[in-house]
Design a protein around this ligand. Structure first.
Ligand SMILES: C[S@@+](CC[C@H](N)C(=O)[O-])C[C@H]1O[C@@H](n2cnc3c(N)ncnc32)[C@H](O)[C@@H]1O
Length: 348
């Protein structure tokens, strides 16, 4: 059942915390450099970055320790690192060995994204996804031209929804995980965004939310989050049928001229003989014109057979066509990949 998630009344303190962190320099480049990464983008967001040494010192170093690396601080240092509003924002745990944050705050461009601690993210079946290079790819591919309504499916803590909300009047964030809605509210508050509306529900229920100018979905991958050879497998078990389900929903979700941007494995064809991505779109859209571009950035073996993964963009009511191309956008220092994707869609 589709359930709206209301914001808790203590969210105002989270907004104060977010504003203080952003004004005080808790921003992507500085945070990346604190853990020895030149820029916080591309594949550098994959892997166990929270275990990297923290080279930053003083108050900023303490913020990185507490908010990003999952470390603990003495009460005195925590008080110096965070504004007093943080103590009434229901985000901190006071433990005998120090103060700890109940999650992780990842700075991405202008946004401060709330998600679980890495331990929590990979425990049980309701962990919130840690934003990674797949998240970033979708964020980078969203056009900045303003629209009325955006739907982010599989929102997790709102890493894509936050970017979407900067160019949409209203962004609806939908996730099957009942913990995601609160994460989205926290991300919205930390990022100073008033226009994200989280819902708990399955992708198939998105029809009940109306139509959208843009739809995004970073699909769960079928391979372990931390690499093809390594455990643990991500907590939300992926199902190849999900891509098919999403593609079949697009004609109902996309308003006239609407755009969907997904990160996905090209999977529908493998699990459903005769039903590859292109064929699935053709069957779903029927006589309504559409154009799609599969801009893949991974090709290789996997435990489940040969695999490509990347951005799949679908424009409704466009000139018909389907193109596939390796993703050749610059990986570091460029946050806008839309011009490259637009060219593939015949719009550049
Ligand atoms: C790879 S994570 C992406 C999270 C977030 N968008 C990000 O990039 O950080 C995929 C998300 O899809 C959600 N999900 C999986 N199956 C779903 C379904 N059938 N309907 C809605 N959400 C689903 C999971 O709970 C998870 O939050």
């Amino acid at each position: 059942m589709l359930l709206p998630v209301d914001p808790p009344n203590w969210m105002a303190d989270t907004r104060v915390l977010g504003a203080a962190l952003r004004a005080g320099g808790y921003r992507p480049r500085a945070v990346a450099q604190a853990i020895g990464i030149i820029a916080w983008n591309g594949k550098q967001m994959d892997g166990r970055w929270w275990e990297r040494a923290n080279c930053a010192e003083g108050v900023f170093g303490d913020q990185v320790e507490l908010l990003l690396r999952g470390g603990r601080l003495s009460p005195a240092r925590a008080r110096a690192a965070l504004p007093s509003a943080a103590w009434s924002a229901d985000l901190l745990d006071e433990r005998p060995d120090g103060i700890a944050l109940r999650g992780t705050i990842v700075p991405l461009e202008f946004d401060l994204v709330w998600t679980d601690t890495p331990v929590r993210a990979f425990t049980g079946n309701d962990g919130l996804f840690l934003p990674d290079s797949t998240t970033l790819a979708v964020r980078r591919c969203l056009p900045s031209e303003p629209v009325a309504r955006h739907l982010d499916v599989g929102s997790g803590g709102g890493a894509v929804a936050a970017r979407a909300a900067r160019s949409a009047v209203e962004t609806v964030a939908l996730d099957i995980n009942p913990r995601a809605g609160l994460g989205c509210h926290r991300t919205a508050a930390l990022s100073g965004l008033p226009n994200i509306r989280p819902f708990t529900g399955a992708c198939a229920e998105a029809r009940g939310l109306g139509t959208f100018d843009r739809v995004s979905f970073v699909l769960p991958l079928l391979v372990p989050w931390s690499g093809l050879a390594a455990a643990p497998v991500h907590t939300v078990a992926a199902d190849g049928g999900l891509l098919r389900e999403v593609l079949e929903l697009l004609p109902a979700l996309l308003a006239p001229g609407g755009l969907a941007v997904l990160y996905t494995q090209a999977w529908a064809g493998d699990r459903h003989p005769g039903g590859g991505v292109r064929a699935t779109l053709e069957a779903a859209f029927g006589s309504r014109p559409w154009r799609a571009a599969y801009w893949w950035d991974y090709e290789g073996p996997s435990p489940v057979g040969p695999l490509r993964a990347g951005i799949l963009a679908v424009r409704a009511d466009s000139s018909r066509g389907y193109v596939e191309a390796p993703l050749d956008a610059v990986d570091v220092g460029v946050d806008d990949w839309w011009p490259g994707l637009a060219r593939l869609l015949g719009e550049g």
